[in-house]
Structures are given as C-alpha cells and as structure tokens.
Ligand binder design. Structure first.
Ligand code: PEP
Ligand code: MN
Length: 337
C-alpha cells in the first residue's frame, strides 16, 4: 500500500501517522519528492483499516499495490533509479555497455581485453572468476586470483568491473575487488545468497533465471532490496523455450514489462540469449530500441582460444561496430551511448 500525503502535512502529523502504522508491524518507507511525499508500506497491510486511514488529516490518497513486490515497484518509486558503479551511472539517459570475456583466464588475456573494450567505448569491464559450469570437468574459473586480475584491469583502464558471485562465502572478496556483483541465472532464486547481498550497498546485477517469470525476477530483486540494498540492476539474458536455433530466447518484451512495473535499470545480455556472435548486433539494437538501459556483451581478444563461451564471444573489432550502430539507435530515441 502507498499513502500519498497532502502537500501541507506537518512533520508532526506525518511522524504520528508513521508511528501508528509501525504499530501494525509494517515497515514504513518515506519517499520525499520535490512536491509530494509518499509512505510506502511493506508487510501485511491488510491489517490496516483503510477507512480509518482516509480520515487522517495528513493523507491525500491511498494506492493499493496488488503486486507482491513493493520496493522494486514503480508505483512506489515513480522515477527511474540511477545506480552508480564507480564513475558510471546505470539507468540514466546514457546507455551503458559492459563488455569483456566470459571468464578471466590470465593476466595477459584480461588486461588485453580491458584495453580493447575500453578503446571501443565500453564503460564497464565484465569477467567471470567463479564460473558456474554445467559440467564439473569444464574450466571453473581462476576464482580469487581472477578477482585480483580484475582489480588490476580496473587500475589499468579506470573501468569499473563486474563479476559473478556463486557463494556468499566469498562476499568480502567481492566487496573489495569488484564494483558490480553479478548474480547469475542459475542463482536467481538462491534466496540465502540474495539476502546476504542485501546486507551490502554494492550494485547487484541480477540475471533472470532461464525458467523464471518476470514477477519471480522482481521478487528476487525484492529479496535484495528488503534486506537493505536498493542498488539492483535487472538483467534479461534469454529464457528457455522450445526453440533450439538460439541458445536461449531473448524475451524482448521483458524490457517494456520491467520498465513499466519497476523503477530499476534493465540490462540485456544478447550473448547468452543467442549464443551466436552474429546475432549480438541485431539483438543489441532491438534491446536499445525497446528501452534497455544497458548491454552486457561477451568479448574476447581471441574468441577461438577462449576457455569458456568462445563460440558466442565477439572480437573487439565487432564490438566497435556494434557500439557505433547502437549509438545511432540510442540517439534516435533521445538517449546517448
Ligand atoms: C555469464 O555471464 O557468463 C553467465 C554465466 O551468465 P548466465 O548466468 O546468464 O548464464
Ligand atoms: Mn558466459
């Protein structure tokens, strides 16, 4: 439930109302805008007598939120959230490109990739250190050493870095070395991990699970936010359908749906969605046209030698071409890139 307060409500009236609501075991989130102040109630608001509330002198109107997600809900927070990672803003007018290899493989590989994607105009470097592979025999990532190499790449280029966490045990290391923590598709509903990520303030890029609905994605964001971390970025990376032509099916409709339902930034991963390097460009352009706030793209200095996801990785040269076309689409819809 959202309570819109009257313009002339006094501090005293508002805090009196807040106290009364808290007595109903509700958490009251006060959002003070330039003209309007709203109280967002989190918890079981069925305990509150709406008729009683309407008579309160500070209350202008009451909006009932049907959706089970509250903190991620746009009704609750009408303006877009802009999330800062280092000096980069995600969710603002500028569309952000995150690029880099699927996994960090060596010092030379990640530093070369970092310099190349930076030269193409990407603003955040991606690189997996803990890799959740389908096969236990496949390359599992350089783990802690990989995070240290990402830190080195950040020092070299000044780009913030993003890497996937698979276990809360390593959280301290991620907080120290990484600017955005990625939750992979396989862990979207690892609720214990999500709660731990709510205890820090680092931005979290939350990927949609391949069999999860939009509402389930938003509920997972709600886990992080209700534990105390408002800095969540949503990511659509393709879902599993009957179609086998592509690795997954990019749900382009998730972009307008998420932007309508939530104020959180939305990033698209065309690499894992398609699994096809030549399809990354059209999907990137479509995502920007549909309102995405960013792209996360796999780029490797030498895709054929990659230890993970080489088949879907772009060469830096191709990334440069995609950046140019993406900029044109961004400009056409009144945004920059
Ligand atoms: C990745 O980004 O390399 C990755 C494993 O992504 P996802 O969780 O979307 O499969
Ligand atoms: Mn990958």
């Amino acid at each position: 439930m959202i309570i819109v307060l009257k313009g002339g409500a006094t501090q005293e009236q508002v805090s009196g109302l807040e106290q009364e609501l808290q007595q109903h075991q509700l958490t009251v989130n006060k959002i003070e805008g330039a003209e309007t102040t709203v109280l967002g109630l989190v918890g079981d608001s069925s305990r509150v007598d709406v008729d009683w509330l309407r008579t309160n002198e500070a209350v202008d109107r009451i909006i009932k939120v049907q959706e089970p997600f509250k903190l991620a809900n746009r009704k609750f927070h009408p303006n877009n959230s802009v999330i800062k990672a280092g000096n980069v803003e995600i969710g603002g007018e500028k569309i952000v490109v995150m690029a880099g290899p699927c996994s960090v493989e060596s010092e030379d590989q990640i530093l070369t990739a970092a310099k190349e994607v930076c030269a193409c105009g990407a603003s955040i470097l991606r690189g997996g250190a803990f890799k959740p592979r389908t096969s236990p025999y496949a390359f599992q990532g350089l783990r802690g050493e990989g995070l240290l190499l990402l830190k080195q790449a950040r020092e070299l280029t000044g780009m913030p870095v993003i890497s996937e966490i698979t276990n809360p045990f390593y959280l301290e290391m991620f907080v120290e070395f990484v600017d955005i923590i990625q939750v992979g598709a396989r862990n979207m509903q690892n609720f214990e991990l999500l709660k731990e990520l709510g205890h820090i303030k680092k931005p979290i890029l939350l990927k949609r699970g391949f069999s999860n609905t939009i509402e389930e994605l938003l509920m997972s964001a709600e886990y992080i936010m209700s534990s105390g971390n408002p800095n969540v970025i949503l990511c659509e990376r393709g879902i599993r359908t009957f179609e086998t032509y592509t690795r997954n099916t990019l749900d382009i409709s998730a972009i307008p749906a998420l932007k309508r339902e939530s104020h959180l930034p939305v990033v698209i991963d065309p690499s894992h969605a398609s699994g096809l390097p030549w399809m990354v460009e059209p999907l990137s352009l479509a995502a920007i046209a549909a309102g995405a706030d960013g792209l996360i793209i796999e780029v490797h200095p030498s895709p054929k030698n990659a230890r993970c996801d080489g088949a879907q990785s772009l060469t830096p040269n191709l990334l440069g071409q995609i950046m140019d076309k993406s900029r044109a689409v961004a400009n056409a819809i009144g945004r920059t890139l």
